[in-house]
Design a protein around this ligand. Structure first.
Ligand code: SAM
Length: 318
């Protein structure tokens, strides 16, 4: 599915809930509108309809995100419905990993291909400070089990914030040294109050790369992959950098988003969204709407233009 700027859009990121079992500093879902009567969460059958239509239009990859996807009881059904859609060849999930250890089997059986785990600290006290809970061990056990059971490549995502967790960079390098993981650093984006108010605390990936001459770049072979990967001699895993602020990847963006209340959001850094709930029982109308929304995908995000997001990250799906 080509957009007006010639980009091939084949990646759909689906947020399945706003709810989360953490209260991360940059997200604070506890202070956001939680799932309630004001909107109807999409059902597994709804996701089936949307993904089938999207696949007919050329979507090939799906990521399940949130909020925290593993707090949804019907998450296995959602994955199972999506994985049975013809044309979808990659279903991944972004999770905070708290419930991952006990879910790995069922996720794999339902058809999940791989998993990304958010991990902002390797220090118990700091982990609690950032996430509001004392569950670092559960997350690390979940990561280990995901590697063992083949939900691979397992990727970890770390948002570094000056003065908060940037002293742990070498510990994160140690994780890639010891485990077969893609350990990735993501620059803080101005999405949500915390991101908007802490533009001065962004840790730029270029600085980390410059401080680590042992990093050897890896050719990705995939032009729409936003992460730039590096190996280090003797490491089992790799180090990755996602740099939405210092090095925009809009020109090769291949993704759109679906919020859990049924809005297609063509760009994370733009407030445009299109409601498709009314079209769930009108396959042709749904197809035309998704197609038009993709075609009109903004050329670039508005992060440099004092962007203020109408939604928090947990409402969009990071
Ligand atoms: N619960 C899932 C998880 O923890 O991965 C999915 C949702 S969470 C909102 C997704 C990711 O967004 C997390 O990795 C978090 O670090 C990241 N995130 C949240 N706010 C952000 C911001 N302002 N800039 C960059 N990343 C952010």
């Amino acid at each position: 599915m080509l957009d007006v700027h010639g980009r091939n859009i084949e990646y759909l990121r689906i947020s399945v809930t706003r709810d989360c079992n953490l209260n991360c500093l940059y997200c604070k879902p506890g202070t956001a509108c939680r799932n309630d009567d004001r909107f109807r969460l999409l059902s597994p059958a709804d996701y089936g309809k949307i993904v089938r239509t999207a696949a007919e239009l050329g979507i090939r990859k799906v990521r399940i995100t949130g909020g925290e996807p593993l707090v949804r009881r019907d998450i296995y059904e959602i994955i199972s419905v999506i994985s049975s859609v013809e044309g979808i060849n990659d279903i991944s999930m972004s999770t905070n990993g708290i419930h991952l250890e006990q879910s790995v089997h069922r996720l794999k059986d339902a058809g999940l291909t791989r998993v990304n785990v958010s991990l902002d600290s390797l220090n118990e006290d700091n982990f609690r400070k950032i996430t509001g809970v004392n569950k670092l061990h559960d997350v690390l056990n979940g990561i280990r089990k995901a590697v063992i059971y083949g939900l691979v490549p397992v990727k970890t995502n770390t948002v570094l914030i000056k003065g908060l967790n940037d002293h742990e960079i070498d510990d994160f390098f140690g994780l890639a040294r010891d485990m077969e993981l893609d350990v990735r650093f993501i620059e803080l984006m101005p999405v949500g109050e915390f991101g908007e108010e802490n533009r001065g605390k962004i840790v730029y990936n270029s600085g980390i790369i410059a401080a680590h001459p042992e990093l050897v770049p890896v050719e990705s072979g995939n032009s729409s992959e936003p992460a730039r990967y590096y190996t280090v001699d003797g490491y089992k895993g790799r180090i990755g950098f996602i740099s939405p602020i210092s090095s925009s990847f809009c020109s090769c963006c291949d993704r759109i988003r679906l919020t859990c209340d049924g809005k297609i959001k063509p760009c994370l850094g733009n407030n445009r969204e299109v409601d498709i709930v009314e079209l769930l029982d009108d396959p042709e109308g749904l197809k035309a709407m998704i197609s038009r929304t993709v075609f009109e995908k903004p050329e670039r995000n508005s992060f440099e233009d004092n962007f203020v997001s109408s939604r928090k990250m947990n409402e969009i799906g990071g």
